[in-house]
Design a binder for this molecule. Structure first.
Ligand code: FE2
Length: 213
């Protein structure tokens, strides 16, 4: 299938097929979360001329594609990052591959990855991410998907702080969580400056969803 103009991402139609195939392999709330992430990315990109809304949508839809390998025992954070990276690279989608790793790392540090901090990843995976981060430059697409990942629950948009607590309750916390949370808030401020308004003002249903009205 045709790629989205040399941007290193699939077309929207192909992205839908890839997500459906992944859902069949590993169904779960991550799929709906991915679709809301995609929607947030598109809405923000539509207000920021440096970004292509279609590319933003596809990157949001597939940022967690590494979860396709989730069965039979679920999947670790580093497992879904590297799984998504390797899968996207194999398909020839280099930008998507990068996003599969960077979306979880707003501080631009390997310490954003819990298995690195907890020393529960393999030496091989540790060396790979260390090398990856040494060469890393973030673009607005990396930052956009990091932000949108933090704005999307499986049932819709939410206050960023609520999503961060949701993740902390499921995964636990470590000494790097506060810097990571600060980085997410800085991302929100960064894009709000770029689009000239609150990100919440362009996310439909965010108030009702956050407060369960
Ligand atoms: Fe995600």
């Amino acid at each position: 299938m045709k790629k989205c103009n040399k941007q290193g991402v699939p077309t929207i139609d192909e992205a839908r097929l890839l997500l459906k195939e992944a859902e069949d392999l590993f169904p779960g709330p991550w799929v709906q979360h991915s679709l809301w992430t995609a929607q947030a990315a598109k809405l923000i990109a539509e207000n920021y001329e440096e970004l292509n809304p279609d590319v933003a949508y596809v990157l949001g839809m597939l940022h967690d594609i590494g979860r396709r390998n989730g069965l039979p025992n679920g999947i670790t954070t580093i497992g879904h990052l590297l799984g998504g990276y390797n899968y996207s690279k194999k398909l020839g989608y280099d930008l998507l591959a990068k996003i599969c790793i960077t979306h979880s790392c707003p501080s631009k540090s390997i310490n954003d990855i819990e298995e690195v901090v907890n020393k529960t990843c393999s030496h091989e995976d540790y060396k790979f991410v260390e090398d990856f981060f040494n060469k890393l430059e973030y673009t607005d697409y990396d930052k956009l998907i990091q932000l949108c990942d933090a704005l999307a629950l499986p049932d819709g948009f939410t206050l960023i702080e609520k999503r961060l607590i949701d993740v902390a309750l499921r995964h636990g916390v470590n000494e790097y969580n506060v810097p990571k949370w600060k980085a997410f808030i800085e991302l929100k401020n960064y894009f709000e400056k770029k689009i000239g308004k609150s990100v919440y003002s362009i996310l439909p249903g965010v108030i009702e969803n956050t407060f369960e009205l």
